[in-house]
Design a protein around this ligand. Sequence first.
Ligand SMILES: Nc1ncnc2c1ncn2[C@@H]1O[C@H](COP(=O)(O)OP(=O)(O)O)[C@@H](O)[C@H]1O
Ligand SMILES: [Mg+2]
Length: 303
Amino acid sequence: MTGLSALRARARALLARRGAVVGINRRNLALVYPNNARNDYPLADDKLLAKELFVAAGVPVPETLAVCDGLFAVPATIEALRGQRDFVVKPANGSGGGGILVVGGWEAGRSCWLLAGGVPLSPVTLGRHLADIVFGVHSNQLEDRAFVERRIVPHALFSSLWADGLCDIRVITLRSVPVMSMIRVPTAESGGRANLHQGGLGIAVDLATGRTFRALHHGRAIERHPESGAPLLGLELPAWPEVLEVSRRAARAVPLGYLGVDVVVDRDRGPLVLEINVRPGLEIQNVNGAGLGPAIARAEGTA
Ligand SMILES: Nc1ncnc2c1ncn2[C@@H]1O[C@H](COP(=O)(O)OP(=O)(O)O)[C@@H](O)[C@H]1O
Ligand SMILES: [Mg+2]
């Protein structure tokens, strides 16, 4: 047995021995460390690097409109956005929705953009935000790159849940096999971002059928979106086999074995990969009302 397969066998034993629900230590010891080499983390943590790999592997991703690669590039980035109404600004190394601005309009009278949720954003404020990103304020490091993406127009099923932000589908993959999934839906509180820590809500999706069966907001089970009132359970997701397929392809495009793949369904282009996460959060278990342990055993055919 090679060192790696021995590690994996120990990891499997660890997953099988303890309870169904995986905590942070067990996630790290049994899932992240044996499957993701530390050196390869930047391929996932840096969204621009990950996008390059996806493009090379033919995995569909949202279009990048501009990259702001240092303080000197801030004015040109703002200039490139004049006349654009729908875009998203992100730190390349951000996580949990931190530092992301979702812009959805331009108000000519006040010469400012409007953020999802309606808050105005002047070019000066955007400049400061870009400067913060390149100084690493949103990414826990000394410097970073900011980039701008086209704002995705979601498939109608997702905009019917919450029109002012983008739902994403989180698919956990183990060695490219989908293990568990949920949709994350933005709320007024979450400013157009779907991350649960920003106030988004989670909906569990049955992997086999693509149907939703349970929803959670701030830890409470719900049946309707708290603001839009849209029903959340029993929905059949569009393009579900393709969503799983782009998740597998994204996972195969990087040398990382345990991932949280974030997929969105664009109205015109279908499923696109937004980003991948090497230490995917564990709330997906609360949302699904089930532990990752048995789901992983099922995916590996060892249940
Ligand atoms: N291109 C985009 N268009 C619209 N909304 C987006 C776009 N990119 C990200 N978002 C919103 O921001 C959230 C977080 O984006 P993501 O790229 O996954 O970064 P993070 O690492 O911070 O989670 C997404 O779930 C989505 O709701
Ligand atoms: Mg994400």
